[in-house]
Design a binder for this molecule. Structure first.
Ligand code: NAD
Length: 495
């Protein structure tokens, strides 16, 4: 939970903005509170308009004089050093990510922090082999001409990131942006400011030129987020977060017609056919519904199960939900932590209440656990499964972003596809079947940026990633990211 403070708490960490190579105070601060037990973790310095302006100026100057002119090999070497620097302070990053988000350390140490480091290496490697196009052509007067493209960085790129996978998702953008030669202004989520600050320390330690990477802390509207979105000195903007926020950012950015890349929300379907490997489908669906407490844009909130195995599937998933160990991140046996904040817990619980009001059957959960210890000050909810709702219900339409799914039976493949596609979103889908022909057929019919067959969250980072419909604009990942983070210009020479 992040809330503004006016007083000065003692004995807590201070997180400052990183601007032009220096750590600088804000004019006011806000509290960073852990959802694990509600205690105060840090006092965060909020960047005002003047601080964001200074960051943009520093970024511009470094882009023009240093980073944008540095040979690719030099940039790649420094980005490798950033990856090494993250790994050198691995335990600190893991502890910070888990304290900010409440996620089990087993998750942040296997996913968030390793991927944060890997993102820098992957894009440092890719940028070394990026090519351009060249087309010889005939002109009307019979002479030849040569068309070729050059790639150029945009200049200054704004990155606005969410709280669910803080380091992983911000570096997914920072790394290709910097590899392409841009300087970056990062605005991490107000809920998770710590690993962004640690990343700034690493950038500082390994000698990234001052101004090439900047961190400004704060909120969205009337704060650092909006200052970035509106800023005339920022050439391109990449955002991950809620669809509604994406619309607001688009409005803010429209006056300056910035290049935009948006990774937004989802209401993702999983389709389970009766011919599936049942145990694998249960394992996979347990992960795709409950991992990271259901706070993954790719989570399955709508599960469609072919009728012959419906009762068995519901019973097996219920058993998994009810034996899930909920607890503190540092406890090695913890499988699920709290939600990001008590505010978000209230939102998720309001959907639990709504589901019941809409006539759902509560298979399991539907409330919040009581521990009788300090965790009661945290933001925990029960892993929850509903059945019995119509496709038109709000619980089936709106992204909840918690450890919850609704399971619907289906009789025919075309019914499953129709229901899966009956959504405004189009981010991810999962299909469980051992029928190869059906796997190909259905994965092409389901409208999603990524469709997994017999797996979930398996990512080759060279592939395009992004959403259809309200789930986003553009594709990032591999070459696709490098295309977004650069201007491609055409030069035509008559020979
Ligand atoms: P959010 O939209 O509330 O906030 C994201 C970021 O935007 C934060 O840094 C916030 O401070 C900033 N922000 C908020 N309002 C703003 C404004 N008006 N102008 C500028 N900045 C503003 O999202 P969240 O709650 O942090 O993250 C959860 C959401 O992110 C979910 O909807 C989830 O599906 C989505 N998400 C999508 C992907 C993807 O790849 N498609 C990945 C992760 C999360």
């Amino acid at each position: 939970m992040a809330s503004r403070t006016t007083d000065t708490p003692h004995n807590v960490r201070e997180l400052r903005n990183y601007v032009g190579g220096s750590f600088v105070d804000g004019t006011r601060t806000f509290d960073n509170i852990t959802p694990v037990d509600g205690t105060l973790l840090a006092r965060v310095h909020e960047a005002d308009q003047a601080t964001v302006d200074r960051a943009v100026l520093a970024a511009r100057e470094t882009y023009e004089k240093v980073w944008g002119r540095m040979p690719v090999e030099g940039r790649a070497k420094l980005l490798y050093a950033v990856a090494d620097g993250i790994e050198k302070r691995f335990d600190e990053f893991v502890a910070a990510e888990s304290a900010d988000t409440g996620k089990p350390r087993s998750l942040s140490s296997h996913l968030d922090i390793p991927r944060g480091a890997a993102n820098f290496r992957i894009f440092a490697d890719l940028i070394k082999s990026v090519g351009t196009e060249c087309y010889p052509m005939d002109t009307p007067d019979g002479k030849g001409a040569l068309n070729y493209t050059i790639r150029q960085p945009h200049g200054v790129v704004g990155v606005i990131s969410p709280w669910n996978l803080p380091l992983l998702l911000s570096t997914w953008k920072i790394a290709p942006a910097m590899a392409s030669g841009n300087c970056v202004i990062l605005k991490p989520s107000e809920e998770t400011p710590t690993t962004a600050t640690l990343l700034a320390e690493v950038m500082h330690e390994v000698g990234i030129p001052p101004g090439a990477f900047n961190v400004v802390h704060g909120f969205g509207p009337n704060s650092a987020g909006e200052f970035i979105a509106r800023h005339r000195g920022i050439d391109a903007l990449t955002f991950t977060g809620e669809t509604r926020t994406g619309s607001e950012i688009m409005r803010s950015a429209s006056a300056n017609v910035k290049a935009l890349s948006f990774e937004l929300g989802g209401k993702n379907p999983a389709i389970v056919f009766a011919d599936c490997d049942f145990d694998a489908a249960i394992d996979g669906t347990t992960r795709s519904v409950f991992a990271n407490c259901g706070q993954v844009c790719l989570s399955s909130e709508r599960v469609y199960v072919e009728r012959p195995i419906f009762d068995r599937f519901v019973a097996a998933l219920k058993a998994r939900a009810e034996t899930m160990k909920i607890g503190r991140p540092e406890d090695a046996s913890t499988q699920m932590g709290p939600l990001i904040s008590r505010e978000h817990r209230d939102k998720v619980l309001s959907y639990y209440t709504l589901a019941k009001a809409e006539g759902a059957t509560v298979v399991t959960g539907g409330g919040a656990p009581r521990f009788g210890d300090e965790r009661d000050g945290g933001a925990y909810v029960d892993p929850t499964i509903f059945t019995g709702l119509s496709e038109a219900s709000r619980v089936q339409k709106e992204e909840i972003f918690g450890p919850v799914c609704h399971i619907t039976p289906f009789d025919r493949e075309e019914d499953a596809v129709r229901m899966a596609n009956d959504t405004d979103y189009g981010l991810a889908a999962v299909i469980w079947t051992t029928n190869l022909t059906r796997a190909h057929r259905v994965s092409q019919q389901v409208l999603a940026g990524i469709t997994w067959v017999n797996c979930w969250f398996l990512r080759d980072l060279r592939t395009p990633f992004g959403g259809m419909k309200l789930s986003g604009i553009g594709r990032e990942g591999g070459q696709h990211a490098l295309n977004f983070y650069s201007e491609q210009r055409n030069i035509c020479i008559k020979l």
